[in-house]
Design a binder for this molecule. Structure first.
Ligand code: PMP
Ligand code: GLN
Length: 383
């Protein structure tokens, strides 16, 4: 017999809702991934390196050329100098990076502050390391942070704070005041941070992403995680990276080498070339802002309430005017009767019954966004 190490945890909501979308032939606005292809040149580069024979194990921390390219990009965007040898490790996507980082840092009995709604992979990783999650809820209207509350939760057992900006699922982005509060916390407490910055380049309305790497007080105590999947429309390639100081990187790599050892070689070489200029990341805000606005326009006249997301490719919809129902049940009936699959927010909370929102992903073609918005509008008015 086996004793479950994660007794309270079921299948990830992303797997559940994508399966439902397929089972009921619904439009899949649930799991976050683009329905359009990545740049052909990137595919050509992967092909080129695979044909040239770059098909065996990469070095454990990542292909040096790619770590150098990441270092230069990080310098250009955030003014941070990362040594490719000592500070950068390439991972099999942000999920693996997060799991490895949490495993490297958290010891039994350590408290870990997370902010809810929280991306679903943080909590199980903390539990598997014997850590004690300390969930703090974001303001339910605008998803802002109550820093006095955060400070009141910090004690001698607090080992780690995990943050995510731009935030999945709310789209909230850290402000200068948030960063000042975080710096103060870093200066006054003996703890570490994981900063999940996978949506660093998907920001709207002129807002700029504020990275932990731009603040010396924070970068000194953090593992900063990003993912190429979000920036280059390649979620299926599962590749990301971690930037941290020498001591944290060494501990990260101790776990990484037995967790995955190294990641896909030809794809690393391809990204190394592709990262040389910033054309693609610089185009993303405009590209996705257009999609966000298009979807919101198409949804006009529906009974959903919304505040446009500031970042990420997700939009929350408040459904309380439509029906008083648990959000999972609402998502379930919506996929079956309304023809659109969405993500209910309750799996992002440790206490049930907390959410009045569903999340949609607008990384889709306008044709799909139009049809989906029509279906959502009709469904919302029929109820
Ligand atoms: N963190 C957040 C906030 C995410 O939304 C995601 C995936 N959408 C990840 C981490 C995982 O990224 P990856 O697909 O690179 O594992
Ligand atoms: N991060 C993606 C989302 O939020 C899904 C990733 C996954 O399926 N694990 O939708």
């Amino acid at each position: 017999m086996i004793n479950s190490k994660l007794p309270g945890i079921g299948q990830s909501i992303f797997a559940v809702m994508t399966k439902m979308a397929n089972d009921f032939s619904a439009i899949n606005l649930s799991q976050g991934f683009p329905d359009f292809n990545c740049d052909e040149q990137l595919i050509e580069l992967v092909r080129k390196y695979a044909l040239q024979g770059f098909n065996q194990y990469a070095p454990m921390p990542g292909v040096l050329k790619l770590r150098e390219a990441i270092s230069q990009k990080t310098k250009r965007f955030y003014g941070f100098t990362a040594d490719p040898d000592k500070h950068i490790t390439v991972a099999a996507g942000a999920t693996q990076a997060l799991f490895t980082a949490i495993t490297a840092i958290v010891e039994r009995g350590d408290e870990v502050i997370i902010f809810e709604p929280a991306y679903d992979s943080y909590l199980p990783a903390i539990l598997l390391s014997g850590g004690i999650p300390v969930p703090i809820e974001l303001n339910e209207n605008d998803f802002s942070y109550d820093w006095d509350l955060v400070k009141s939760k910090i004690n001698s057992r607090t080992k780690l704070i995990i943050v995510n900006s731009p935030h999945n699922p709310s789209g909230y982005m850290f402000t200068e005041n948030d960063m000042a509060q975080l710096c103060e916390i870093a200066e006054n407490n003996d703890l570490l941070f994981i900063s999940d910055e996978v949506y660093e380049h998907i920001t709207f309305d002129g807002r700029k992403h504020l990275s932990f790497l731009s603040y010396p007080q924070l970068s000194a105590k953090s593992m900063v995680i990003s993912s190429f999947g979000k920036t280059y429309h390649t979620t299926g390639w599962k590749m990301g990276y971690v930037i941290a100081n020498e001591i944290l990187t060494a501990e990260f790599r101790k776990v990484h080498q037995f967790n995955v050892f190294a990641v896909n070689t030809p794809i690393q070489y391809a990204y190394a070339d592709f990262l040389a200029d910033d054309i693609h990341p610089n185009a993303l805000p405009g590209f996705y802002e257009k999609k966000r606005n298009y979807f919101i326009d198409e949804l006009k006249g529906s009974a959903f309430d919304l505040t446009p997301a500031s970042g990420t490719y997700f939009q929350l919809l408040d459904y309380t005017k439509i029906i008083k129902k648990d959000d999972f049940l609402f998502a379930e009936t919506l996929v079956k009767d309304g023809g659109v699959s969405v993500i209910p927010l309750s799996p992002f909370y440790s206490q049930k019954g907390k959410s009045r929102y569903i999340r949609i992903c607008f990384a889709k073609t306008e044709k799909i966004l139009k049809t989906a918005a029509e279906k959502l509008r009709e469904y919302s008015l029929k109820r």
